[in-house]
Design a protein around this ligand. Structure first.
Ligand code: ADP
Length: 444
């Protein structure tokens, strides 16, 4: 219809401009998360399970041995340093490995062990004697597909006869090639092409279908429909698995369309709280003044590591230069960097190579750097309506109640911004004390 291209264009345009203005690029964020993730994310919530057949017994496992995996697969798991299943894996693995196979929709935040779980399921279901694609995993981007592939390669290190192939743009396969690899990981468009146009993959022979990062997938135009077209061509006995870090209604609707008769597993996210954070503010006249206050704080207390947030890239850059000139070791995390560059800056910071990380809003979501003791709002987070951005404030400063350590937060405030700070204080019903930057004794 006439309106379609217009609308698509409009959407494309707004995505571009919003990205500059702070729209979260879901795929990039997800990749960053994977690149910097080193261990499991904990949660104090219980896993919620909704069984397709509520009367069948519910199995959970506390060890990998209980799963009766192939010896070489178990070896791979231990070689990765996994001692026991994560919270979500305890429930998901028995369902995924059950006979007959069961379908599953699983939602839990990034870092809780979803990828490891479905990689294990794919590896354990491959028949190594058969040399054709048997497991198909869809991912939203080339980079995310590669990340999953690397997990397959690590976990399958001792499964020497299992091989992976990437159905991603740029991986050119000559016409008539007979694909002998058992696990295919790819993006919906290319997979569709390989299946229907080029007939490289016979979908009727797939027995495990994984749709990873469903929330990112539906955020990308065309991917939902392409995924559904692929799914429709699978045999009815194919096991279908869907994973998502978040679960808005749109994800749920998509999940229900694409996964027949699913079991559902959910793990709620740990809430952020300001309870164990001491919050202060310093009244300042201008940017220079803010910087002076920052130096006083910095000199006045023993600081492990600090993250400093600025509202604009320009401010962040300015502050970085000032601090460097004063001999501080700082690094700047800014929106114009590639995901890989960001990951490497965060990694250096984690390793303690720099003590201060200066950043803007866009980059900092989802970074959890445990050893950070101080967060500084060099500028308050403010939205376009010039109102406080409460959510961002909480994300910058809050910690998860049970696992987070105590922390300190400082807000550098121009006098005219004081009412906004008071709104933040009221909103969270938590006190933010005024601090005389000349007198640090108040803090400790
Ligand atoms: P998700 O897919 O939910 O983001 P991952 O499967 O990528 O989570 O796991 C997050 C991190 O935890 C990875 O570094 C992974 O190697 C590790 N991990 C996964 N399962 C376990 C486990 N059972 N024990 C220890 N570490 C694990």
């Amino acid at each position: 219809t006439a309106t379609e291209p217009g609308r698509a264009k409009e959407r494309g345009l707004s995505t571009e401009s919003q990205r500059e203005g702070g729209r979260v690029d879901l795929a990039a964020n997800s990749l960053l998360n994977k690149l910097i993730r080193q261990s499991l994310v904990e949660s104090s919530h219980r896993v919620e399970v909704l069984q397709k057949d509520p009367s069948s017994p519910l199995y959970s496992v506390k060890t990998f041995e209980e799963l009766r995996l192939k010896e070489e697969l178990l070896k791979g798991i231990y070689a990765m340093g996994f001692n026991r299943p994560s919270k979500i894996q305890e429930m998901a693995l028995p369902m995924m490995l059950a006979h007959p196979p069961q379908n599953l929709i699983a939602q839990s935040q990034s870092g809780t062990g979803k990828t490891a779980a479905f990689v294990l399921a794919m590896l354990s279901r491959v028949n190594v004697l058969e040399l054709f694609p048997q497991c198909l995993c869809l991912a939203p981007t080339y980079e995310l597909a590669l990340q999953t592939g690397r997990v397959v390669e690590r976990m399958g290190k001792f499964c020497v006869d299992v091989q992976v192939m990437y159905a991603i743009r740029g991986n050119r396969i000559p016409r008539g090639t007979d694909i002998t690899k058992q696990i295919i990981i790819g993006t919906p468009g290319t997979v569709l092409d390989w299946c229907f146009k080029r007939k490289l993959i016979d979908l009727t022979k797939i027995h495990v279908f994984v749709l990873d990062e469903a929330d990112v997938m539906i955020d990308t135009q065309g991917f939902s429909d392409q995924s559904i077209r692929i799914q429709r061509a699978l045999p009815s006995e194919c096991q279908m698995l869907l994973f998502s870090a978040t679960f808005e209604d749109s994800v749920w609707q998509f999940a229900e369309r694409i996964i027949p008769d699913p079991n559902v597993i959910k793990l709620r996210k740990e809430e952020l709280t300001l309870n164990n954070i001491r919050q202060y503010y310093v009244l300042c006249e201008n940017r220079k003044d803010k910087y002076q206050a920052l130096c006083n704080i910095y000199g006045g207390i023993t600081i492990g590591q600090a993250i400093i947030f600025c509202q604009t890239r320009r401010n962040a850059k300015w502050l970085t230069v000032e601090m460097m000139q004063d001999g501080h070791q700082v690094s700047l995390l800014s929106g114009e960097l590639t995901v890989e560059q960001r990951a490497s800056i965060i990694q250096r910071f984690r390793d303690g190579k720099e003590k201060v990380l200066i950043t803007t809003n866009v980059c900092a979501r989802g970074i959890d750097v445990k050893q950070v003791t101080i967060v500084v709002n060099f500028d308050l987070p403010i939205n376009q309506a010039q109102e406080p951005d409460y959510e961002t404030y909480l994300h910058r400063i809050g910690r998860t109640g049970r696992f987070g350590k105590k922390g300190l937060a400082f807000n550098m405030i121009e006098v005219d911004k004081l009412p906004l700070l008071m709104k933040i204080q009221d909103h969270f019903n938590s006190s933010i004390k005024q601090l005389d930057p000349e007198d640090m004794d108040e803090i400790e």
